[in-house]
Design a protein around this ligand. Sequence first.
Ligand SMILES: NC(=O)c1ccc[n+]([C@@H]2O[C@H](COP(=O)([O-])OP(=O)(O)OC[C@H]3O[C@@H](n4cnc5c(N)ncnc54)[C@H](O)[C@@H]3O)[C@@H](O)[C@H]2O)c1
Length: 315
Amino acid sequence: MRLTDKKILVTGGAGLIGSALAERLLDDNDVVIVDDLSNGIAESVPEAATFVEGDLTDEAVVAEAIDAETDVVFHLAADKYVNADQPREQFETNGEMTYNILERMNEVGVEHIAFTSSSTVYGEAPRPTPEDYAPLEPISEYGAAKLSEEALLSVYGHNYGFRTWNFRFANIVGPRYGAGVVPDFIYKLQQDPESLTIRGNGLQEKSYMTLEDCIDAMCYVVENTDKPVNTYNLGTRTTTSVNRIADIVSDVMGVDPEYEYTGGDRGWSGDVPKMRLSIEKLAALGWEPTVPSDQAVREGAQAILENAENEPHLS
Ligand SMILES: NC(=O)c1ccc[n+]([C@@H]2O[C@H](COP(=O)([O-])OP(=O)(O)OC[C@H]3O[C@@H](n4cnc5c(N)ncnc54)[C@H](O)[C@@H]3O)[C@@H](O)[C@H]2O)c1
């Protein structure tokens, strides 16, 4: 599907990735954003977008956001915390949003949906992990919800004539505070530049991708694939350890802290300590990341600091 002259719904469009995606799509399309601002901020919503503030577990909100004129839905809204305080609520909320959206789309004849899934659907899998790796055994409720939501998209792809895209993201870094090791280290070092507490043993190792590459890849795949179910890993070929992230962030901030470790091989319950996604399927389609993992971490750290200085309300 060409992403020009379309009416596009971006759910979660006040969040880190959704707001940047909406900005990009607005170049050539009309964009509607729905977000309940539970984790996003109104100032991030691009001015040119139509903004519906509401909770997507509410069917009336979904009905307001999706009508017969909608061409495609980019569904990013989610409670994205892997170690959620209320995992059952997270599982139910994320699933309910996705079901509401699919039902409404079917009701009004909208048949294209791109969904932001996650590397967490693989659990602790051999690396690099390809899309057809099995068995899929997530170790967090967040990952379990993403997997079940992917499965629901598959039903709509195969049984209701939809075109669906599942994007299994690596870690995406962009210019905002929030969840994630990069903003976490920046925040801690702003509080105390002398010491840094690292969760786990620092040897956890994952692949980090810039926001720009992530958005570019999503749009590229939607424009160049057309099966009922199109599942793609989005990541980089390289990884960055947590110790290395601490070094990069310290360097960017011009500090030299002592590292202390909480111990164990992972940061928190449900954390997959080592993750690298195979991106051969993406490469075969003709798309390559432009920024490797270490550089993505560095650029992300720089962007967070610049953003905090220039636009503190967006931090
Ligand atoms: N950032 C990453 O590294 C990463 C990695 C893997 C997958 N993802 C997925 O990508 C998507 C976007 O991630 P992000 O980093 O931009 O997260 P984010 O939290 O910045 O954005 C998600 C947005 O969804 C909104 N939202 C949450 N619940 C809602 C509800 N019930 N109704 C309406 N809006 C609601 C939040 O307010 C927020 O603005 C999420 O689905 C996330 O699970 C992100």
